[in-house]
Design a protein around this ligand. Structure first.
Ligand code: PLP
Length: 372
């Protein structure tokens, strides 16, 4: 199988990840819960991962809160910044992990910038939204459906200028593009550990520029006499036993990313996405592509997207079809009724993968998706 669904999760993981997880199961007890060697080993391992993440994301290790997913981090961040019924600026490309927590709070969404690959539109509309008066902003760094890389540095500058607190969803950029808590001055940046950071499923990070409101209350191994959660990082955001094997695996994933370098990973992925888009265009399969695009490309076959993905799967190509949990992005692109087929490259992106994908895609030409 040629795996081109890295937007969902990276696969396969570097072999060091599994080795580190097995090692943690054999060596680590509960971090912060004892002074004996196995608990201390766990505490050191967790701190190593925090430090690696802090170095990569321009923040102190303590600002890194471990979560179980990007979704968990986004919920914590949004619940901290957004009061029920608040007005919140979002981009036109948000995932349900942003829009559903906002909906649950009864927030009024001000959708800013719906044109794909168009920084001018994104920035103009975003400025208009801030000017109109919003209580907070939440925006994705990269669209998980279309690979559109939003101008987040400029959007962050605007938020600081207008004194609007903001959250960045770095689900599709962490591990491929620079993400900087300090430089951006974000209140929060949420990310999964299991996509571009190459860690295992069940891991995530919330980078905190301020104290979060905890999603969960419980034991932290610190200030145990207090009836409420500690008022310092990272403990405030980390109730309960941490996923130590997952965190040890994630540390190896982050090491792999740091060793390869963000530039190399991004270039590899974006090059293959561009080649893939060109090939799909030649086949008449209507890809969405443009400037500011990362390693993901969506396309529209003649027939049903799910059937197209199934045909590709029968040819050994793993891609995803449908709405990709991002109806807002599809509404913006005009594909809400059809969905798209999404091809998302990973850190080992190479021309042979693109070639195999395009060869398989020939089976979709002319809408004849059931040729087998
Ligand atoms: N935000 C975006 C843009 C995503 O693509 C995803 C996952 O696909 C998420 C948030 C949620 O990530 P997780 O599945 O780790 O909660």
């Amino acid at each position: 199988m040629i795996y081109l669904d890295n937007g969902a999760t990276s696969f396969p993981k570097p072999p060091e990840v599994a080795r580190a997880m097995a090692g943690a199961l054999n060596r680590c007890a509960n971090p912060g819960r004892g002074g004996y060697p196995a608990a201390m080993e766990a505490a050191r391992a967790v701190y190593r991962c925090r430090s690696l993440a802090g170095a990569l994301f321009d923040c102190p290790p303590e600002a890194v809160v471990f979560t179980g997913s990007c979704t968990q981090g986004l919920n914590m961040a949004i619940r901290t910044l957004v009061r029920p019924g608040a007005r919140v600026a979002v981009s036109g490309f948000e995932h349900n992990a942003v829009t559903r927590p906002l909906h649950a709070l009864g927030a009024e969404l001000v959708v800013a910038g719906r044109r794909l690959f168009d920084w001018e539109d994104t920035l103009t509309r975003f400025r208009d939204a801030l000017r109109s008066g919003v209580d907070a902003a939440v925006f994705t760094h990269v669209s998980n459906v279309f690979g559109y890389i939003l101008p987040v540095e400029e959007m962050a500058d605007m938020c600081r200028e207008w004194k609007v607190p903001f959250v960045v969803d770095a689900a599709q950029s962490a591990g491929t593009l620079p993400v900087r808590l300090g430089r951006w001055g974000a209140d929060f940046i949420a990310m999964p550990g299991h996509k571009g950071l190459l860690g295992p499923q069940g891991t995530g990070l919330l980078l905190c520029g301020r104290l979060p409101e905890p999603l969960f209350q419980g034991g932290t191994g610190s200030e145990s006499r207090r009836p409420d959660m500690p008022d310092f990082l990272p403990d405030r955001g980390e109730a309960g036993t941490l996923n130590v094997p997952g965190i040890c695996g994630l540390a190896e994933g982050i090491r792999t990313v740091s060793r390869l370098g963000l530039d190399t990973i991004h270039r590899r992925e974006a090059e293959q996405a561009a080649l893939c888009a060109q090939g799909l265009e030649k086949l008449g399969l209507r890809p969405f592509f443009g400037p500011h695009q990362g390693g993901t490309v969506s396309f529209l076959p003649e027939g049903d997207c799910e059937a197209a993905a199934e045909t590709l799967a029968r040819h050994g190509i793993a891609v995803r079809a449908g709405l990709h949990c991002a109806p807002l992005a599809h509404e913006s692109a005009g594909t809400l009724e059809t969905g798209t087929v999404r091809v998302s490259f990973g850190y080992k992106a190479a021309p042979w993968q693109t070639q195999a994908m395009l060869q398989a895609a020939e089976a979709l030409k002319g809408g004849n998706v059931n040729i087998l």
